[in-house]
Every structure is written in C-alpha cells, then in structure tokens.
Design a protein around this ligand. Structure first.
Ligand code: GLN
Length: 256
C-alpha cells in the first residue's frame, strides 16, 4: 500500500513538469478532478481515493507507473482526446453523448445522482425540484440532467463542495450530485440531508481515447483481474465499507 501511495504521490509531483514527460513508455497518465470524495480527493499532498488506488493497481498490472493530472472535471475527457492523458478516471458516468467522443471501459461501479437539501426543506422527492434553484457541478451528469427539471434555475459551480456551500448559505434550494460524494458532504456538514429517492441511476467507467483500442483492451483485462482477485473490492471497502451496508438497510426499510 505504501508503494502505491508513493506512486500516486510521485505522479502528482511529476505531473507538474509538463506535457513532455507524459504518456511515454511505462508511465500511465490519469486525468482526474480530485474534488470528489471518496473517489478522488486531496489528503495532504497526496491524491487518494477509490479511483486513484484502482488506477495505481491497473498501472501495476500493466507494468507501468501511475501519474495523476488534477484538472477541472469538464477537462478530463478532452485530456484523453488530445493525448495529454492516457486514461480519465473521475467517477465518470457513461453517457451516450460522451461515448461519441471517447471509449469507455467496462463499468466498474453503479452510481446515482442524489439530492441534498436543508434539513427543514419541503423538497422530499425529485419531483419537488420543479421551480427551485438547484446547485450542480459544472459539466457533470447532475448539470446535464437537471436541465430537464421544469422551471428550475441552475447554478453551476466548479467544485461539488462549492455547490454544497451555496446550499449551506441558502443561495440554492438543493444540490444534485453523485451519491457517494453527497454522503460525504452531508456527513461533514450540519443542517443538510439527503432526499431518499435517487435522482438518476448511472454507471462509472474509465475513459480512453477512441484511437487507443489497444489500451482499452489492456485496461479492461487489468480491471477484470482486479475484480476477480478481490483487490478491487478491497479498495472500495476501504473507502466506502459500512456506508453501503447502511444504505441497503435504509432501502429495505423504505420498501417495507
Ligand atoms: N459522475 C458525474 C459525471 O460523470 C460527476 C463526476 C465528477 O464530478 N467527478 O458527470
């Protein structure tokens, strides 16, 4: 584990040196937006999280070293298209539109968009979002899908946490954001809660340039190996663990 984190850390430092060292030889460059706990976030000088660790394991399977390039979420797909990065891994939801610009690996997780509201909010279901002011993170599926909400005003922020801050300050009525970061933000802040019903259901996958089919195949093989040998689940359990079990319980209670 220490080795992995060192590789991730080294990647973070090397990436500051610029494009010339990237995407060469045994280095796997990953584009991400490290503002998305528990998938990728800063812990001191390091970028940690499920995606960061799984990517390091994939690189290891390929006999490569991982380098992480941290950027705005709405730049990660362009980074693989332009060759600035080899893979983009940032809790990226597979959508038909994105499939037109990049290839996706097999999905590695199912995900949701959830709604965060103030504890005393009258928003209790996704339908209640009509006519409200909704905070989202720019360029995410939350941003894309709230466009369909009737009469809603959309406020776009660069970071998910900035949207949550706007909610805490009463500037927006709700935030639509991926379920796992939503749980983290609700845990870390008083006075806000999750709406039980998810806004959408989605799948995350790793994005790779259209013209790099060879890497797509290799990454899929590595991902499969990690799922089969239990290493993938180990990483997920480390970051999500009991939260999932709790969620399953809540769902059963709601259904009963
Ligand atoms: N899953 C969302 C998307 O793909 C958000 C990802 C993120 O903010 N890192 O748009």
């Amino acid at each position: 584990m220490k080795k992995l984190l060192a590789a991730v850390l080294a990647g973070t430092m090397i990436s500051a040196c610029g494009a010339s060292v990237m995407a060469e030889g045994d280095v796997l460059v990953m584009a991400t937006n490290a503002e998305f706990p528990p998938y990728e976030y800063h812990e001191g000088d390091e970028i940690v999280g499920i995606d960061a660790e799984v990517a390091a394991l994939i690189a290891e399977e390929l006999g490569m070293t991982l380098e992480i390039e941290d950027m705005a979420f709405d730049s990660v797909l362009a980074a693989v298209q332009s060759g600035k990065a080899d893979i983009a891994m940032a809790g990226i939801t597979v959508t038909e539109e994105r499939k037109m610009t990049v290839n996706f690996t097999d999905p590695y997780t199912t995900a949701t968009q959830m709604i965060i509201v103030a504890e005393d909010s009258d928003i209790a279901t996704p339908d209640d979002l009509a006519g409200k002011t909704i905070g989202v993170q720019l360029g995410t599926t939350g941003d894309i899908y709230v466009e369909d909400v009737e009469d809603a005003t959309i406020e776009r922020y660069n970071k998910g946490f900035e949207a949550v801050q706007a909610l805490l300050q009463g500037k927006v009525d709700a935030v639509v954001i991926d379920g796992e970061p939503a749980k983290v933000f609700v845990e870390q802040n008083e006075g806000i809660k999750l709406v039980d019903e998810a806004f959408t259901e989605e799948e995350y996958a790793i994005a790779i340039a259209k013209d790099n089919e060879e890497l797509l195949e290799k990454v899929n093989t590595a991902l499969n190996t990690l799922k089969e040998n239990g290493k993938f689940d180990e990483v997920v359990a480390k970051y999500i663990g009991d939260g999932e079990a709790e969620e399953a319980e809540t769902e059963t209670e709601t259904e009963a």
